[in-house]
Structures are given as structure tokens and as C-alpha cells.
Ligand binder design. Structure first.
Ligand code: SF4
Length: 82
């Protein structure tokens, strides 16, 4: 394979790399709002104060650290990112 071919393979992998996703266990959420306190742009709450994010939501590029912070703050372990 040529050098140019190898480079395009790397670029393709980067473009299609595995994105981080948020897994939500609504059955565990108790409405502590700690996720929202850490990262309100990623973890909105509903009118009753419970997490209002569909499970398997992709994390936007650049928001990975905030997503981890918010998920780690949940005392019920209702949020997983990966
Ligand atoms: S911190 Fe956990 S329990 Fe509290 S609202 Fe967020 S997901 Fe629900």
C-alpha cells in the first residue's frame, strides 16, 4: 500500500471512530440533580427534576469530559458513559 493510502485509512478511522454515548437507567434516577449541577447542557431534567435524556444518546465532540463528570456525580449510578 502507498503512503497516501495508509494516510487515508487513518483519516477514515478517525472520522468513524467510536463515539461516546450516555446510557440512562431511568428506573434508578431519584432526582438528585447532581448530573445537571455538573453539566446542565448535557443532563437536562424534566419538570419533576428527573433526568430527561434518552438512553444511548451520543455525546457531542468536546463534551466528553463534562459527560463523564456529570455521570460520575450521580449517587444512584443511573448514568453510564462510554
Ligand atoms: S444525578 Fe442521578 S439520580 Fe440525580 S437526576 Fe441525575 S441521573 Fe437522576
Amino acid at each position: 500500500m502507498t503512503e497516501a493510502g495508509q494516510e487515508s485509512d487513518v483519516l477514515a478511522r478517525n472520522d468513524e471512530g467510536p463515539e461516546m454515548r450516555i446510557l440512562v437507567r431511568n428506573d434508578l434516577c431519584q432526582g438528585h440533580a447532581q448530573c445537571n449541577a455538573q453539566a446542565p447542557e448535557i443532563y437536562p431534567l424534566d419538570a419533576d427534576g428527573f433526568i430527561d435524556v434518552p438512553t444511548d444518546t451520543p455525546v457531542l465532540p468536546g463534551q466528553e469530559a463534562a459527560a463523564r463528570l456529570g455521570a460520575g456525580a450521580c449517587p444512584e449510578r443511573a448514568l453510564q458513559v462510554g
